[in-house]
Structures are given as structure tokens and as C-alpha cells.
Design a protein. Structure first.
Length: 149
């Protein structure tokens, strides 16, 4: 899936402020990390990366702020291979390919359009189950090309 344009600091501040949230130093550090390139990372890995860069944050601060940023729609959360929460720099609705060998995660290629398939799945599940589905997602597990060699 194509990643949405990265929001500017002013847009991020405005979004957080409109939701009654501050643009704090920890949030700025986390968002700066995610803006470097497409990332899929759990909270502990993010914490250790930021710490190695000389930033002083606690692991609980990282968890707390990832939750806030997820609720604000600035990062996306999904379950990784081992069931851990993984945070995605691409907050748009899209699916993932997850390697069962090396545990790498990549976004589904842009050529794989989920829009129509997701809507069909959503409507079918709602019709059959009576549930109201908010946002169907698709995460596919397999073996990446590097591990297949």
C-alpha cells in the first residue's frame, strides 16, 4: 500500500491539540523515528533504539505514548508473529506480509488492492454474524524470499 504523505510537525501538533493532547518531547522522539522510513516495530525495540541514540525515556513512557499516537491516528497497531503489539509508521488501512522464519514485516505491495476485497469481507461477515465490523485488515503469514533461499 502506498504510505500517506508524512505529516508536518505543525499538522501533528494541530491533530494532537484538536484531541486535547500535547506535543511532548517523547511523542516528538517517537514520531521522528517513525518518519525516517517505513517501520514496523514493537515497543521494546523502539525503546532500545531510542535509548541507544542517547534519549532518556522509560519503557512505560514509550508504551504510553505509542497508545496515544495510535488513538490519534498517527501510527497503526497490529499483532506480530508471536502475538506482540507491533506499531506501523503507515497509519493507513493496509495489510502485511509477515515472515514466520525471520519475523520481518512488510506492507502488502501496492499492486495488491485490498479495498474491494476488504469491503466484500466486511459486508459478508456483518451479514452472516450480525456484527458491525469497523475495519477489516489482512495480515498474511509465510516465508519471505530471503529465508526461502
Amino acid at each position: 500500500m502506498k504510505q500517506r504523505a508524512v505529516k508536518t510537525e505543525a499538522e501533528i501538533r494541530g491533530l494532537l491539540t484538536s484531541r486535547g493532547l500535547r506535543y511532548s518531547r517523547p511523542r516528538a522522539l517517537i514520531l521522528s523515528y517513525f518518519r525516517e522510513d517505513a517501520k514496523h516495530v514493537n515497543a521494546e525495540t523502539l525503546y532500545h533504539t531510542l535509548k541507544a541514540r542517547g534519549n532518556t525515556l522509560s519503557l512505560s513512557t514509550v508504551y504510553l505514548n505509542l497508545g496515544v499516537l495510535k488513538e490519534a491516528g498517527l501510527v497503526r497497531e497490529f499483532r506480530g508473529l508471536a502475538g506482540e503489539l507491533v506499531y506501523d509508521s503507515n497509519a493507513s488501512l493496509h495489510g502485511h506480509l509477515i515472515c514466520k522464519s525471520c519475523e520481518c514485516v512488510v506492507d502488502l505491495p501496492e499492486e495488491v488492492s485490498l479495498g474491494e476485497a476488504q469491503q466484500d469481507l466486511k459486508l459478508r461477515v456483518e451479514t452472516v454474524s450480525g456484527w458491525q465490523v469497523e475495519a477489516p485488515t489482512l495480515d498474511l503469514y509465510g516465508i519471505c524470499p530471503g529465508c526461502r533461499k
